[in-house]
Design a protein around this ligand. Structure first.
Ligand code: ADP
Ligand code: MG
Length: 702
């Protein structure tokens, strides 16, 4: 029989019900799904490395046969080590497999195989090389090289699906492609294909699974073959198309056109501001004001490094909205931050006579009821709060703008729930996770982007040092001197209470530091499990310099703004992520006095933790740090997959492929804006809908 994209995989040879069920768990039910399951790596199995020529430290593929294999069980620990010895004509190679119990009895002497891994010097026999946990594939005893999917070509390597190995997948996919006769609809418009000389989707799929004989294995492994570039482009294109549709949809909604004028109130606001706005602040405010004037709702992301002064821009934007007779809601991820915004908004807006409201969960019932009443009646003009703002009971009289601070802490749905409390209010989201522009476009491609790329004047950069535990007495002495000069200090710990992990905990260290290290000083404790009135009280006393030292967990990570604090000591600094350390450090260096950050961690740590601390010592540029973080963690983890489940690219990688991303975005947005292409679009949407549902887990695209 011949196959097409919709044929069920159960018709394929070698796929019984058990395997079909495994594939179905991965969302693979049709031949089309199967052909979309792409290899993550390729092996050159035309040119094998003779064992005698292996170079320690290098990755190689050898073709050999089994000499012997044996399992060693460990007495005390669970698990076992499988020792394998193989040979080719040139020599012998050892391999060790940790947790290798599953290999026992599977590898008979004489069995041909292909082994791929990094060659190391065998610690016990220095003249011999070995591989630790290599990937390997058993070859059939009699090989017919002509139609083999195993050797004699560049072979694709797939991620195993349950117990369906890469090799089985390769055979199944190869067989399916042999019998494949169906159409492969191509979502890329013909003019796009021509412009970039991309192969058709059909040709690309074939070439990705089974690259032509003259293909270059390095190019393939860098995902730079024409077939792969096309497929990466396609993933970005479909994703961006969805964003473009969403944005168009947004733009068709009727919003509230605000009148922007230099009214007396804004003059008053200028008078109360203790500083002149930076050029960047003025520019982004103009961008925001431009949006507010339009009759479509604003959807803007305001990006700026920690301390760049986003809050004041938000308050100025709020002024415009309030002047027009509408309410503004500002949502912050923590109570501490909400309280802080509340206090600064009250300070700034007092001169203008606006009424400012705070709404958090920990409020007394009667207070809350009265607050809700004032919000519902329209008496409150500026409402600051936490997640409490999106509760059902909260109703606004006339919500004109929604501001979300530290938006990476919220999900898309939370953002939506708040804006649904008004009739198409303007939306401004702010983030201190500065990400490269292209990435911002991938993630938030339906938002306009404003960037504050300038720090307020008079800040001296924070000096960052890396100290070992043994140097702590010196560090404490330094803290004492700074406090004697009138400054304040944060001391940060990764955990609240003592645990098995042998990490110093905030509570215990607070006891110790206040009693024996700084007995003459006022030390406070702040962590997430305290009651909110306790937290407020501690923060307030620290703000007023009644506490000179604040021992805290990462609750101070976002937004806390105490200019007189000039020292931050972060213990177990190697336990924190890069972005988190940068955010923490952003709490100091906010005034004109020189600030110091001390990262406490062993000097002999290695790997990524070392890189993180070295990056922090070397730079305070948030964009550089974010980029480094992204490289270390990959996009999924960086953005927290939970909140951004919609970034489900198969082979596209926003950082590696950012050029293609920009091209794809340009093409997708141009297509949506070109109304003459209606019929083509209808076809494309028929394709796009299911792809979006399946791949990007978004219920609808518009
Ligand atoms: P973030 O962008 O991290 O939210 P904030 O808005 O909290 O930063 O501002 C950080 C500090 O800088 C605040 O104390 C704020 O008052 C101050 N600030 C903001 N803009 C300016 C400016 N143009 N000149 C001087 N100080 C400023
Ligand atoms: Mg802020």
């Amino acid at each position: 029989m011949t196959l097409d994209l919709n044929t069920s995989v159960t018709y394929l040879k070698g796929l019984g019900p058990h395997r079909a069920a495994l594939l179905a768990e991965r969302g693979i039910t049709t031949v089309g799904d199967l052909l979309s399951y792409l290899p993550f790596r390729y092996e050159d199995r035309i040119h094998f490395t003779p064992i005698a020529e292996l170079v320690p430290g290098q990755v190689a593929t050898v073709r050999a046969e089994v000499v012997s294999g044996s399992l060693m069980r460990f007495a005390r620990r669970r698990g076992a080590m499988f020792h394998l010895m193989v040979q080719d004509g040139s020599g012998k190679l050892a391999a060790r497999f940790f947790h290798g119990g599953y290999l026992d009895g599977k590898l008979k002497p004489g069995q041909p195989l292909v082994m791929h891994g990094k060659a190391n010097l065998d610690p016990n026999r220095p003249l011999r090389t070995e591989m630790i946990n290599p990937e390997f594939e058993l070859l059939r005893q009699s090989n017919n090289p002509a139609d083999s999917t195993e050797v004699g070509r560049i072979v694709p390597v797939y991620e195993a699906v349950g117990d369906i190995s890469s090799r089985m997948l390769r055979r199944i996919i190869y067989a399916a492609l042999q019998k494949f006769r169906g159409d492969v609809p191509d979502p890329l418009p013909p003019d796009v294909l021509r412009r970039y000389s991309f192969p058709s989707r059909r040709d690309a799929l074939i070439a990705i699974h089974f690259p032509p004989h003259d293909a270059n294995v390095e190019t393939l492994n860098e995902f730079r073959s024409p077939a792969q570039l096309r497929t990466v482009f396609e993933e970005f294109f479909l994703y961006q198309l969805g964003l473009a549709v969403r944005r168009q949809h947004e733009q068709q909604r009727v919003g509230i056109a605000m009148r922007v004028r230099e009214a007396p109130i804004r003059e008053a606001l200028k008078r109360v501001l203790p500083f002149k706005p930076t050029g960047a602040q003025k520019r982004v405010l103009a961008e925001i004001a431009g949006d507010l004037e339009k009759p479509t709702p604003m959807n803007r992301l305001l990006e700026g490094d920690v301390g760049s002064g986003k809050t004041i821009v938000a308050l100025e934007a709020a002024t415009i909205v309030i002047e027009n007779g509408y309410q503004v809601a500002l949502m912050a991820p923590t109570e501490i931050l909400a309280v802080q915004h509340y206090l600064s908004a009250r300070r700034v807006f007092a001169a203008a006579g606006y009424s400012v409201e705070l709404l958090v969960s920990g409020m007394k019932f009667s207070d809350k009821a009265r607050t809700l009443e004032r919000i519902a009646s329209g008496q409150s003009q500026f409402v600051v709060g936490t997640h409490a703002l999106i509760e059902d009971r909260v109703a606004f009289a006339k919500l004109g703008m929604v501001i979300i601070d530290e938006q990476h802490r919220f999900g898309v749905l939370q953002r939506k729930r708040l804006s649904e409390k008004g009739a198409a209010p303007h939306v401004l989201v702010m983030t201190a996770t500065p990400i490269p522009r292209t990435l911002a476009l991938t993630l938030y491609g339906d938002l306009e982007l404003s960037v504050i790329d300038e720090m307020p004047p008079g800040r001296s950069p924070v000096e960052t040092r890396w100290s070992a535990d043994a140097q702590l007495p010196g560090v404490w002495e330094f803290v004492r001197r700074e406090v004697a000069a009138g400054r304040q200090t944060y001391i940060i710990y990764p955990v609240i209470e003592e645990s098995k992990q042998e990490l110093k905990a905030a509570t215990a260290e607070y006891e110790r530091l206040s009693k024996s290290v700084f007995p003459q000083l006022k030390v406070g404790l702040l962590h997430g499990r305290m009651r909110s009135d306790e937290k407020d009280d501690v923060m307030e006393r620290f703000r007023r310099n009644e506490l000179q030292i604040l021992v805290a967990t990462t609750v101070v990570e976002v937004g806390v703004d105490v200019r007189n604090a000039t020292v931050m000591v972060i213990e177990h600094a190697d336990r924190f992520g890069l972005a988190q350390l940068h955010q923490l450090r952003g709490r100091i260096g906010r005034g004109s006095a020189k600030s110091y950050c001390v990262l406490v961690a062993p000097k002999n740590i290695t790997g990524e933790a070392r890189e993180r601390l070295e990056t922090l010592v070397a730079t305070s540029d948030g964009f550089k740090i974010a980029e480094q973080d992204l490289k270390q963690r990959g996009p999924g983890e960086f953005f927290g997959t939970k909140q951004h489940g919609d970034i489900a690219f198969h082979i596209a990688h926003p950082l590696r492929d950012h050029k293609l991303l920009e091209l794809a975005r340009g093409e997708a947005f141009a297509l949506i804006e070109d109304h003459s292409r209606g019929p083509e679009m209808a076809q494309l949407f028929a394709y796009l809908g299911p792809v979006w549902q399946k791949r990007f887990q978004v219920a609808s695209v518009g």
